[in-house]
Design a protein around this ligand. Structure first.
Ligand SMILES: [Zn+2]
Length: 235
C-alpha cells in the first residue's frame, strides 16, 4: 500500500494516504461493533499516518454513524489536531504508544467482555493458547489503574506492553496493537479469546501455561515470519 517509511519500517499508511487511513479507521470501528468487541461509543481506534501523525476515532460518537471525514488527524509529538474534530479522550495513550514503539502502525482500545472481567480481577493472563501467544506475546499483563485520558494512563500502558502487542487496563478494558490495522484487529480478537479461555480454564482446575521460553519464541516467529506480509492485509 505504501513504500518504506521512516524508522526503517514499511508503513501501512504514508504521509499521502490520509484519505485511505480515515476510511480504514472508520471501517474498523464498524467491524469492532459488529464483532461485539465494543458497545456503542466505547473504545477507540487509531492508525499511524506517515512519520509523525495518526488518524483516530472522534470522542463519544457511535461508530455506526461515522463517516471517514469524522476521523481526526493528530500530531504525535504535541497532540495538536490538524483540521477539524475532537479526538478520542484516549488520544494521549495512542500517541505515547506510537512514540515509544516505532514499529507499531495501529492501536485498538476495547471494553470487550472477557478482557474486562480479567481486568477487573487484575490477573495477568499467562501463555494459555498457541494463537494467543503468537499474536499477543508471552503473557497479557495488567496495567496499573489510571483514570481514562490521564497522563498516568500513557505511562502505565507503555510499561505493561513492553515486549508484547497488548495489555489489560485495570478495572477498565484492553489495548491491542499491531504493525498494521488488520494485525491490531487480530490482536484484539486474540486477546479476548485468550481471556475467555483463561477464565474457563481456571474453572476447570487451573490454566496450564506454556513454557515461557517457548512462548517468547513463538511470538518472535510470528513477528519475523509475518513481518513482510502483515502490512495492509491479513498475514
Ligand atoms: Zn476505555
Amino acid at each position: 500500500m505504501s513504500g518504506p517509511g521512516g524508522n526503517g519500517t514499511d508503513r501501512e499508511f504514508g504521509d499521502g494516504d490520509e484519505a485511505a487511513a480515515r476510511e480504514a479507521v472508520r471501517a474498523a470501528g464498524v467491524e469492532l461493533v459488529e464483532t461485539g468487541l465494543v458497545d456503542g461509543t466505547w473504545g477507540n481506534i487509531s492508525v499511524r499516518l506517515g512519520g509523525d501523525r495518526m488518524v483516530i476515532t472522534p470522542s463519544g460518537r457511535d461508530y455506526r454513524s461515522l463517516g471517514a471525514a469524522d476521523m481526526v488527524v493528530v500530531e504525535l509529538a504535541g497532540g495538536s489536531v490538524t483540521g477539524a474534530g475532537k479526538p478520542s479522550t484516549e488520544a494521549p495513550m495512542h500517541r505515547s504508544l506510537y512514540l515509544a514503539r516505532p514499529a507499531l502502525g495501529a492501536v485498538v482500545h476495547t471494553h470487550s467482555a472477557a478482557a474486562s472481567t480479567v481486568a477487573a480481577a487484575r490477573r495477568e493472563v499467562p501463555a494459555v493458547l498457541d494463537d494467543f501467544v503468537q499474536v499477543v506475546g508471552p503473557s497479557l499483563r495488567v496495567a496499573d489503574y489510571a483514570l481514562p485520558g490521564s497522563g498516568r494512563m500513557t505511562r502505565v500502558v507503555v510499561r505493561a506492553m513492553a515486549g508484547r502487542m497488548a495489555c489489560l487496563l485495570a478495572n477498565h478494558g484492553a489495548v491491542a496493537a499491531g504493525r498494521s490495522l488488520p494485525e491490531a484487529l487480530l490482536c484484539a480478537r486474540m486477546l479476548e479469546k485468550g481471556c475467555r479461555s483463561f477464565i474457563e480454564a481456571e474453572f476447570l482446575g487451573g490454566a496450564v501455561p506454556l513454557h515461557p521460553v517457548e512462548a517468547w519464541a513463538m511470538h518472535q516467529v510470528f513477528l519475523h515470519k509475518y513481518s513482510r506480509t502483515a502490512r495492509g492485509g491479513r498475514k
